[in-house]
Every structure is written in structure tokens, then in C-alpha cells.
Design a protein around this ligand. Sequence first.
Ligand SMILES: C[S@@+](CC[C@H](N)C(=O)[O-])C[C@H]1O[C@@H](n2cnc3c(N)ncnc32)[C@H](O)[C@@H]1O
Length: 260
Amino acid sequence: MKRYQLFEFEDQEWFDADFRNSITQFLNIVIMKLKLYHAAVPRIQRVLKKTKENRILDLCSGAAGPIASIYQLLEKRGWQGKITITDKYPNIEIFKHIANQSKGKIDYLSESVDAINTPENLLGMRTFFTSFHHFDAVYAKKILQNAVESKVPIAIFELTERRWINILVAAFLSPIALCLATPFIETVSLKKLFWTYAIPIIPLTFAWDGIVSHMRSYTVDELGRIVDSIENSDSYNWEIERFPFPWVKVPLTYLIGCPK
Ligand SMILES: C[S@@+](CC[C@H](N)C(=O)[O-])C[C@H]1O[C@@H](n2cnc3c(N)ncnc32)[C@H](O)[C@@H]1O
């Protein structure tokens, strides 16, 4: 299937913050319950060890579930570092909650951080979960080039994939699951209930964003071509792969760039 760079509601500045937060928080529940990114931990740990990094800068954090659960696993494996969570549209309520629970190990930026122009003063290994598909090939290259110029490691993990089965699940199953879960989401409000059940804008935009997320995901080959096009790419070791989970049949695509 060809890659289509269609728009997602979530990316639009005018999109209601409560709608965006309902979507990212539901996504979080799914990712955490199914432990969808746990397989990323040994790969991230390997890079942290090699580069002796004691900081992770998570970009496009959304409701920050993946990085918060990864932090706990890294800590159990002896990593003593700190994590900063960021987003172009930061969900301050959730960021604060995660920071408080982490006892000072996770902090957050309340100002907008655009991953396309990550400021150099934000230190640490850069991570992206379920978000690299948001960027077209020009911006994807810019993000990787920026990491290389800043001499920081970068790790990108994606669950989305251009397959019909994923698109069908996003179109039909995901909005139903969101409706079932909404009353149990921490920041539920009358407004969110209204726009989920009375006029189902939230499930419909979630379905659209899910379909588009799959349709604009990169394959391993496409990621490889973007890496080949950046300057000084040979100053890094690149790992670009897709691996299946043992417990759910969702393959994970990842790209790791580590300074040599
Ligand atoms: C699908 S969510 C993924 C959230 C989280 N990483 C996860 O895996 O659950 C994508 C996130 O990317 C953020 N985003 C989109 N464009 C961005 C940009 N240019 N810079 C930073 N964040 C961006 C959105 O606000 C949203 O929170």
C-alpha cells in the first residue's frame, strides 16, 4: 500500500484540547494494558548504556503512557536517569500527574515543544512513540538530521503499519473500544461524555486519526532511505527493524540511531 500523508485532527491547532486528550489518554490505556512497547526496553537500555546517557527527552508524549511505563522497567534494570516529557500540545494535567507519581524522576515542559525543531538545550536521548508517522519525509529527515547535529541518540517506535487489517480495526473496533472505556478515563467530564455518546465526534475523529496513522506509517525500507539522505549519517550506527511481539500479533517498527 502506498503511503498517504493525510491530515490528523490531533495535529490541528484548532482541534479541541479535551477531544485531543480523550484520544491520547485512551491510546495510553491500550498501550499500557497490552504492554505494547515493553519489547522496546532492552533496545533503549542498550543505547543508554553505550552512550552513558542519564537523560531521556520524550517528544510527542501525548498522555505519556509508553515512556512512563518504560521508565519503571528501566529503573528495575538499574538505570538511574531522568526523563522529560514534552508535546506540541502539552496535556499539563496528565503531565503533572505522571511527574508527581514518579517522585521527581520524570519532569515535563508546560510550553509547546515542536519535535521538528527540538531546541538544542533540551538534553538527552530523544524518543518517539506512536508519533513518527505524523511527519512527512522532509520533516522526518529534519528530525533525524537535528539529532545527528546535536550528537544525541534517537529511538523511534511505531505500532502503526500500512496494512488493511490495521485500517479496519482503526475504523470499526477502536471507536467502539473508546466508547466502552471513556467513563473510566481519569479526566472524564460531562463535555467528553456528551461529545462521545450524544454527538460522537470524539470516536469519529479517533477512527479517522487511527486510519490516517496507519496510512502514513513508514516501512523499514522507507526509513532506511531517509537515513541514507541525511548528512553525516555515517557518524551514527543505525538499526532499523520490524519485530513481532510474542504476546500480541502487532509488529513494532523501530529505528535507533546511536553516535559511534
Ligand atoms: C498519537 S499521539 C502519541 C502519544 C504518545 N507518544 C503515545 O504513544 O501514546 C501523537 C502525539 O504527537 C503530538 N504531536 C504531533 N505533532 C507534533 C510535533 N510537531 N511536535 C511535537 N508533538 C507533536 C500530538 O500532540 C500527540 O500528542
